[in-house]
Design a protein around this ligand. Structure first.
Ligand SMILES: NC(=O)c1ccc[n+]([C@@H]2O[C@H](COP(=O)([O-])OP(=O)(O)OC[C@H]3O[C@@H](n4cnc5c(N)ncnc54)[C@H](OP(=O)(O)O)[C@@H]3O)[C@@H](O)[C@H]2O)c1
Length: 262
């Protein structure tokens, strides 16, 4: 299916690894021109080159921290009039003891998971509305909708983000600016591979055994973690021409771990 977005310009914040990288790949395959940010330069430049070579798309790396005002200015200077905005980051630290969360951890989580996407939306939406076309997708977390004690920093900040995006989406839908959120569960990203290799090593078991144990414990119906492309491909679909009548939605992609009839 042609998603009807060839030639559109996209900013993907946090696109050198994990689901962000999968989103860049999926949009590049559709002929979108990409401006991709991350903090680590080497992995970013490599990812952009690989995706450009693979798809023939223009993929521009921007080494910047999108949780800071300076980082945001650098990204917007490289692509001042995006048609598409995708936002993601690494998951905030897990929180086994809510009492141990520090003030600084809260501020960092709010800066990266809430204020950064809010600021980007504030800066790009008016232009999208004037051009009568825009797509925004935030890759958030299933914990925004289904709170869990180990995901307090990730879930609470994204619950605020989803609330904000739904409110704003109602104001701009008439200008063909479409805003949605994806809420992933457990996926084999760079971050998860580091975390679960450490957990496995501490127990003297393999990564696959630790993933299987976690999947049982958290009742993931698919009995496995997802791949990052499972999310990246849905980013492209939510950025498509065909998505023009879906807005203010938050889609859970978690292999059936959470249950709701709606
Ligand atoms: N993986 C999972 O199972 C899982 C589960 C639930 C929710 N999620 C959510 O899904 C999203 C993506 O997670 P992921 O596992 O794909 O993460 P990941 O593999 O760690 O990738 C995160 C990407 O964002 C970049 N990044 C992080 N902080 C940044 C910053 N301040 N400025 C610019 N770029 C930044 C990273 O590059 P640099 O480090 O070089 O900056 C990297 O490219 C997150 O919102 C996470 O909370 C993930």
């Amino acid at each position: 299916m042609d998603l009807g977005i060839r030639g559109r310009k996209a900013i993907v914040n946090g696109g050198s690894a994990g689901m962000g990288r999968s989103a860049v790949q999926a949009l590049a395959r559709e002929g979108v021109e990409l401006y991709v940010s991350s903090r680590g330069e080497e992995r970013l430049v490599q990812a952009c080159k690989e995706i450009a070579d693979d798809t023939g798309a223009k993929v521009v790396p921007i080494c910047a921290d999108h949780s800071t005002p300076e980082g945001r200015e650098k990204i917007l200077a490289a692509c001042p009039e995006p048609d598409i905005l995708v936002g993601t980051c690494s998951p905030p630290p897990m929180t086994p003891d809510y009492r141990a969360i520090t003030d600084q951890q809260w501020r960092d989580a709010i800066d990266i998971s809430l204020l950064s996407p809010v600021e980007f939306m504030r800066r790009v939406i008016d232009g999208m509305a004037e051009r009568n076309w825009g797509r925004i997708v935030n890759i958030a977390t299933v914990a925004a909708k289904y709170p869990g004690e180990i995901r307090v920093l990730s879930g609470a900040t994204r619950a605020a983000l989803t609330n904000y995006t739904v409110a704003v989406s109602k104001l701009v839908a008439k200008h063909n600016v479409i805003i949605n959120n994806l809420l992933p569960g457990m996926h084999h990203s760079a971050f998860v591979e580091v975390q679960f290799n450490e957990r496995a090593a501490a127990k003297g078991i393999t990564y696959d055994e630790e993933v299987a144990e976690f999947s049982r414990e958290w009742r993931i119906a698919a009995e496995r973690f997802g791949d990052c492309d499972d999310v990246g491909d849905f980013v492209a679909m939510f950025c498509s021409q065909q998505a023009n009548y879906i807005t203010g939605q938050s889609l859970v992609i978690d292999g059936g771990a959470t249950t709701s009839i709606f």
